[in-house]
Design a protein around this ligand. Structure first.
Ligand SMILES: *Cc1c(COP(=O)(O)O)cnc(C)c1O
Length: 419
């Protein structure tokens, strides 16, 4: 397709711009579907706000112990409505998603219990929490036995192995919905529903725990609605919409979340305390914006899949495969290309655009990670970000974007370096 100057006012290489227009055409129906999902999820969020009577005074914060903080309490009810669960903890005091997920493990698993991950090796930082021999308080060092079952080559749950591995000690089944830094398919809500039913037929009381990072509001249901007993995630991803400046959440069955609250604080305090300072307004506003921001990020991710595949790189998922998270993984194939890809995303970010990226060994990660995050909130990955471990297969994991427009521009400007 020939592009005239008038059609392309973006200083983007004509070949790349043509690919963009082609992507918009080929993905038109997919985009329409994403807009439907966003509309549905916006209604769900709005209804949760109105049903819980959100009022100006909820937006203010408490100090000190934070006893009887109406804003915090209503927000946790709103999360219950959105996730269709009995109880939630939504707090700034979760220092990260890993912390929220870790609290679930430590609260629910005791000496002698068995934990099985059915999505293979977990995300680096979680793998350290669970399975590090030289981290004193890792789960395996505190007497929890641990098994890992890889997904099948086509990315499905390995039912046969799961059935064989579950035993009377198996207390928890862990599902990581999003791929993390693994070159694999992310697992959809439908797949989580199917496998949850299957697991309950084998062991009725096994706790199904879903790491929901990057998955929130991408589909019309959350894991709690389809059989997960408990979920956790980060607020500097989907649900914070770039407005929440920190935090994490846990959602699930009352008795389980209560145990988590006892571990998050101390047993008798549970979730009754926790000063919110000035953060309630940002948590509310972020949640309110989340359906729209998530939809924009999913669309941009589809543009990335389309364009980079056309440029000859393996991508996951492909542009027309169903989305259950924000991630587009691009197998760039070499250290140099990974550096170049991430550096370009950094150069096209609103903050620290001129920063020169260097791979860095971060706490909890096994390989040096290169990370582009020119974000308003440090490390926020609902904002446009690209990162990956500097090792085989040299894949860049791209996600986020506060707006579809920004993410798309940065993706196209990065693509033109690889044309
Ligand atoms: C982001 C993420 C986490 C948590 O990471 P934090 O940086 O600790 O918030 C956990 N699991 C997956 C799959 C993730 O993408």
């Amino acid at each position: 397709m020939k592009i005239t100057k008038e059609q392309n006012r973006l200083d983007i290489d004509p070949k790349i711009y043509a690919l963009y227009l082609q992507a918009r055409r080929d993905a038109a129906e997919i985009f329409a579907r994403i807009e439907e999902i966003a509309l549905f999820n916006q209604q769900k969020v709005l209804r949760a706000f109105t049903d819980n009577g959100v009022s100006e005074y909820h937006l203010h914060g408490s100090t000190g112990y934070g006893l009887n903080d109406p804003g915090r309490e209503a927000l946790e009810k709103i999360y219950c409505d959105i996730f269709k669960c009995e109880k939630s903890i939504v707090r700034a005091n979760f220092v990260s998603g890993t912390h929220a997920i870790g609290v679930v493990f430590y609260a629910l698993l005791k000496f002698g219990d068995n934990l099985i991950s059915i999505t293979g090796k977990p995300y680096d930082t979680l793998n350290t929490v669970i399975n590090s021999k030289d981290t004193e308080n890792s789960l395996v060092n505190t007497g929890v036995s641990y098994k890992e079952i890889d997904l099948t080559p086509d990315g499905s749950f390995d039912k046969e192995k799961i059935k064989n591995q579950i035993n009377e000690k198996t207390k928890m089944i862990f599902i990581q919905r999003s791929c993390g830094y693994s070159w694999r398919k992310s697992n959809s809500i439908a797949e989580i529903e199917d496998i949850s039913k299957f697991i309950k037929t084998i062991k009725k009381d096994a706790i199904i725990f879903v790491d929901n990072c990057y998955g929130e509001l991408v589909e019309e249901k959350e894991p709690n609605e389809v059989g997960a007993d408990i979920c956790a995630g980060s607020l500097i991803k989907n649900l914070g919409a770039g407005i929440a400046p920190c935090g994490g959440y846990i959602t699930g069955r009352e008795e389980l979340v209560k145990l988590c609250a006892q571990r998050f604080t101390v047993p008798h305090i549970e979730d009754k305390l926790g000063a919110t300072l000035g953060i309630n307004r940002l948590f509310y506003q972020g949640l309110f914006m989340a359906p729209s921001v998530v939809a924009g990020a999913v669309k941009a991710s589809i543009i990335a899949s389309y364009v980079f595949e056309k440029l000859g790189f393996p991508v996951k998922p492909k542009f027309n495969e169903p989305r259950t998270d924000l991630i587009c993984a691009v197998k760039v194939g070499s250290r140099e290309f990974l550096q170049k890809f991430c550096q370009s995303i950094q150069n096209n970010s609103p903050v620290d655009a001129k920063a020169v990226l260097k791979p860095h060994l971060q706490p909890g990660y096994t390989n040096p990670i290169i990370m582009a995050s020119g974000s308003f909130t440090q490390g926020s990955s609902i904002e446009l970000s690209a990162d990956g471990p500097v090792c085989e297969p040299y894949a860049a994991y791209l996600q986020g974007g506060l707006s579809y427009e920004h993410a798309t521009l940065a993706i196209l400007k990065t693509a033109q370096l690889f044309k």
